[in-house]
Write a protein that binds this ligand. Structure first.
Ligand code: FAD
Length: 474
């Protein structure tokens, strides 16, 4: 039986329950707005179900095994065995706890939750298809809409994910039985994080990348320690090659790649992980029906208040463009909800940090030395190597450094690049410094707990002004 079309109304319709959408919905409800959140899949979106959280769970679990098995220097002798099925069960538990929490938080804040796929009818109406035979659809009239439909992995022609040996990141994160060998196409952050996970599971990992190095967009000295560790883990890299075709063999696949001169190479692998980036999900939503403009790549452009070209429709998160990161999505979600509630909110793009959870980790925020110059400032740069940090040495992880970039005149902190242990945590202090308009002196004169990795941020700030105690000032 097909259920008839009913029409309801809401002040704010949020489409997509990822970190952009659910955060926007909760804040809108907190602001007293009647809010409806619709998702066609799962609470928490890509981040909680198929992205940040499951990948970080597997990274932590394989780190535990790898570190325990490589600590003889510390007098620890162990030969850890990974039971992938149990690791998956644990990872699923983490995901379930968080997605369940999102649902509870939404309900507790009074957000109306609807399962289904939303499509715009016009700039004040959306149709929600509930999916499955006979479940019907409903129409929702809204005063404001927030589009938070996220992104999906880019498919390489010929390497579509419906073929079993070809994996998306989502397939790789659900693996019950690791392959003996894995070919990874793409050395961006997702390719590098997952290559490290599989290498630490004992899988033979080969990476092919069309550019001439890993982690495009990061400075050479920042990505170098990650490449060095990946080499030590036995990951094999082939740069300047594009995957062109694959064929099934008895035991797996043989993948052919081509370099820019047309020279071909072949690689045998049991599975192929394609991780060449992500693209926005805006097609199924039919934003054009509401008058919302979409660019040729599917992104919806917004102003610094997350507003699209249509006054009452906002877009947040991956669908609204780079950087495609969960915390950027959430911040935009909050801005959209505040603006709808009449608050003067706006997103400050200056201090959005980014982290890569490789071994060692990378984290950056704000400007590099070069970008500071391009922006018309004279940079004042300080660095502190983790090999001079008592805490880093005492954890056995002393690769990398903290670099802090300020402008010379008044000393305002403009950026930071960190590669090393807990870089993803340490970057928060630098982001706060930029956000608050702190100077190098503010960071340097803040008393930091000893012995901690955070002291490296303080020492880098001191180094910029030739005041570092535990490294030579140059
Ligand atoms: C393997 C991996 C690791 C990652 N690691 C990190 C990390 O460490 N840190 C980080 O910051 N980011 C990370 N990311 C990126 C992060 O997941 C995204 O930036 C984030 O999820 C974007 O949030 P969003 O709300 O914009 O969209 P999403 O999380 O993609 O959510 C969009 C939601 O919209 C729903 N939807 C789409 N269309 C419709 C429709 N028409 N009707 C109803 N519902 C719809 C979808 O079902 C989905 O639930 C990772 C991504 C991957 C794949």
């Amino acid at each position: 039986m097909v259920v008839g079309d009913v029409t309801t109304g809401t002040e704010v319709l949020v489409i997509g329950a990822g970190p952009g959408g659910y955060v926007a919905a909760i804040r809108a409800a907190q602001n007293g707005l009647d809010t409806t959140l619709v998702d066609r899949d799962a609470y928490g979106g890509t981040c909680l179900n198929y992205g940040c959280i499951p990948s970080k769970a597997l990274i932590s679990a394989t780190d535990v095994a790898h570190d325990a098995g490589n600590a003889t220097e510390m007098g620890v002798h162990a030969d850890p065995v990974i039971h992938t099925d149990e690791m998956q069960e644990w990872k699923e538990g983490v995901v379930d706890q968080l997605t369940g929490g999102v649902e509870k938080l939404c309900k507790a804040n009074g957000v109306n939750l609807i399962e289904g796929e939303a499509t715009f009818v016009d700039d004040s109406t959306a149709r929600i298809a509930h999916g499955g035979d006979g479940q019907g659809s409903e129409s929702i009239e809204f005063e404001h809409a927030i589009i938070a439909t996220g992104s999906r992995p880019i498919q390489v022609p010929g390497f579509e994910f419906e073929h079993d040996p070809i994996w998306s990141s989502r397939d790789a994160l659900d693996v019950e039985e690791p392959p003996e060998d894995l070919l990874v196409v793409g050395a961006g952050y997702i390719g590098m994080e997952l290559s490290t996970v599989f290498a630490k599971m004992g899988v033979d990992v080969t990476v092919v990348e069309m550019l001439d190095g890993i982690l495009p967009g990061y400075e050479d000295d920042v990505s170098r320690p990650v490449k060095k560790r990946a080499d030590e883990l036995g990951i094999e890299f082939n740069f300047g090659e594009v995957a062109s075709e694959w064929e099934e063999t008895g035991e797996g696949v043989v993948v052919t790649t081509e370099d820019e001169d047309g020279n071909e190479s072949t690689y045998d692998a049991q599975k192929v992980l394609v991780a060449v980036g992500r693209q926005p999900v805006s097609d199924s939503l039919d934003p054009e029906a509401a008058g919302v403009e979409v660019d040729e790549n599917g992104f919806i452009h917004t102003d610094d208040q997350a507003r699209t070209n249509v006054d009452n429709i906002f877009a947040v998160g991956d669908v609204a463009g780079e950087p495609m990161l969960a915390h950027k999505a959430s911040k935009e979600g909050i801005v959209a909800a505040e603006v709808i509630a009449g608050e003067p909110a706006a997103l400050d793009q200056q201090a959005i940090p980014a982290a890569v959870f490789t071994d060692p980790e990378i984290a950056t925020v704000g400007m590099t030395d070069e970008e500071t110059e391009e922006a018309g400032f004279t940079p004042n740069v300080g660095e502190f190597p983790f090999r001079a940090s008592g805490r880093a040495l005492s954890t056995g992880e002393s690769e990398g450094f903290v670099r802090i970039v300020a402008e010379e005149e008044a000393g305002f902190v403009l950026g930071a690049q960190i590669v090393g242990p807990e870089a993803s945590e340490l970057i928060a202090e630098c982001a706060l410094a930029i956000e608050m308009g702190a100077t190098l002196e503010d960071v340097a004169s803040t008393v930091h707990t000893h012995p901690t990795l955070a002291e490296a941020v303080m020492e880098a700030a001191e180094n910029a002004d030739d005041q570092a105690i535990h490294t030579l000032n140059r």
